[in-house]
Design a protein around this ligand. Structure first.
Ligand SMILES: Nc1ncnc2c1ncn2[C@@H]1O[C@H](COP(=O)(O)OP(=O)(O)O)[C@@H](O)[C@H]1O
Ligand SMILES: [Mg+2]
Length: 489
């Protein structure tokens, strides 16, 4: 497509959106500037979230409205905005270019490339602060989003359009689980956006390299508000990523967005609010911090078929300290989302990876989207597992256990071994069903812990040679499983 065509279309959009009305020829002046923000006087009719133009051609975003002055986020790091610079307001909202040309690209929160390639050619744009879809446009979550992780796709299933929090201390595998989920979307028809907030450049580069090596960048856009970016840019990053994913959803597509992470985002927002002299509240966060994340996550949903049937699944990450999930930002996020995956430092240290604490985790709506066969087997298994986790506590006291209890504990430990999974090894749904049937029927009971990977491998290999659909009757599955496991012995 010639660049002029894009320009024309954008112009047409602009004309379409033009509203006639009285515009005062207001001219403002910068009175102070620093830390990526400017204070402006003389624009009494400027609105919050409005774009302003500075004399040097750079732009700003009105963030704070005060009686005598405006607090403005500078949108151009190279801006030559100084005290005394002239400012005018535009009546425009902040937008980012959206569309398929963003796939495989790494951009900043304003859509500028960070990957050294030319700017993507985008005909459309989306508002960073877009309205979330109205209730009538939404539908129930009813289709699964497979993460490829055994513990998630069976015990904590996620549906397309769900908001599922990944919560845990630093270094417990949150980023890994999110990246693995993106990698698992290959061939699933899900476009992904990965938003990084406040990571160092080297960390960001490593993640992007992983996505590239795994072929996942082809269907993913990475939005980076890096560590050295201004608090304003870090604050905008998730909204920019959301606008990109939302545009695909509105076209009827399924999308997945990862916010890595919202603790850093909350801190950036707090810093910005303090710079803007907003009154600090609990833990010095501004009073509207809850609303900030609520309006971001409200935009994740599943649209009804009359509205294209697209979906936006959101995986926000939040970091805890010392496993404290009851602190301010985590509790806010827990109450906004449809469930949480809790990663535990002790499990991580004990080599239970992914370190998902099953009893502390919940997925409130994903079960409705689970394939009925998977759900049925998982239901049986989950009960056993939760019982085992309670019983296991007693074994620490060295109590003599009766045979039945001992058997339950043995099977629970076996399941914990089965649920372990290496990074970047997504597993298909048919395999999840297969191993659960094998486990529920006791076909794996004879496996010592170190024999578990081999048995699972035998099932996976059998399934590769002889694919079975999820709907195949249980008896047939069982026969095949017995055969594959016997062959491997
Ligand atoms: N399933 C896993 N198997 C092996 N190593 C893992 C697994 N999940 C995470 N890790 C490792 O744990 C470390 C911390 O993970 P990371 O995802 O960066 O944690 P967080 O984002 O919570 O800080 C990384 O070195 C990562 O490779
Ligand atoms: Mg991380």
């Amino acid at each position: 497509m010639a660049p002029e065509a894009g320009l024309l279309e954008r112009l047409a959009q602009r004309v379409e959106g033009y509203r006639f009305g009285l515009r005062l020829g207001e001219q403002g002046r910068v009175v102070a500037v620093g830390d990526g923000i400017a204070w402006v006087q003389g624009l009494p009719s400027a609105a919050a979230e409005e774009i302003v133009d500075f004399e040097d051609g750079s732009r700003g975003l009105v963030f704070e409205l005060q009686k005598q002055r405006l607090g403005v986020i500078l949108l151009d790091p190279a801006a030559k905005v100084v005290s005394g610079s002239l400012v005018s307001h535009t009546g425009e909202r902040l937008e980012i270019g959206v569309g398929d040309d963003l796939l495989g690209r790494v951009v900043d929160p304003l859509g500028k490339p960070l990957d050294g390639l030319p700017p993507p050619e985008l005909k459309r744009s989306g508002a960073l602060e877009g309205a979330s879809p109205p209730i009538v446009a939404r539908d129930f979550v009813s289709r699964p989003l497979y993460t490829g992780a055994k513990v998630l796709d069976t015990l904590l299933p996620i549906g397309r359009g769900q908001r599922q929090l990944i919560i845990g201390d630093s270094g417990t595998g949150k980023t890994s689980l999110a990246i693995d989920t993106i990698v698992a979307q290959a061939g699933q028809g899900v476009k992904c956006v990965y938003v990084m907030i406040g990571q160092k450049r080297a960390e960001a580069a490593m993640v992007i390299e992983t996505l590239r090596r795994r072929g996942a960048l082809a269907y993913t856009t990475v939005v980076v508000g890096e560590a050295t970016a201004t608090p304003g840019m870090k604050y905008l990053a998730p909204f920019a990523g959301c606008a990109v994913a939302e545009a695909w959803m509105l076209r009827g597509e399924d999308t997945l967005i990862v916010y890595d992470d919202l603790s850093t985002h909350a801190r950036a927002y707090r810093e910005l609010a303090l710079l803007m002299h907003r009154p600090p509240g609990r833990e010095a966060y501004p009073g509207d911090i809850f609303y900030l994340h609520a309006r971001l996550l409200e935009r994740a949903t599943r649209l009804g078929s009359a509205h294209g049937g697209g979906s936006l699944t959101a995986l926000p990450l939040v970091e805890t300290e010392e496993g404290e999930i009851a602190s301010y930002i985590p509790t806010n996020l827990i109450s906004i989302t449809d469930g949480q995956i809790y990663l535990d430092r002790r499990l991580f240290a004990a080599g239970v990876l992914p370190a998902v604490d099953v009893p502390l985790s919940v997925s409130r709506i994903g079960g409705k989207a689970q394939h009925p066969r998977i759900k049925e087997e998982a239901g049986r298994m989950k009960l056993d597992y939760l019982q085992f986790l309670e019983l296991e506590v007693f074994t620490r006291f060295g109590t003599k256990l009766e045979a039945g209890t001992e058997a339950k504990i043995r099977r629970g430990r076996l399941l914990r071994e089965i649920l372990k999974q290496e990074r970047l090894s997504p597993l298909p749904p048919a395999f999840q069903l297969a191993w659960m049937i094998a486990y529920n029927e006791g076909l794996l009971d004879a496996c010592a812990p170190n024999a578990v990977p081999g048995a699972l491998q035998a099932i996976l290999a059998g399934l590769a040679r002889d694919p079975l659909a999820l709907d195949v009757v249980r008896g047939d599955w069982l026969a095949k499983l017995r055969q594959w496991l016997a062959e491997a012995r």
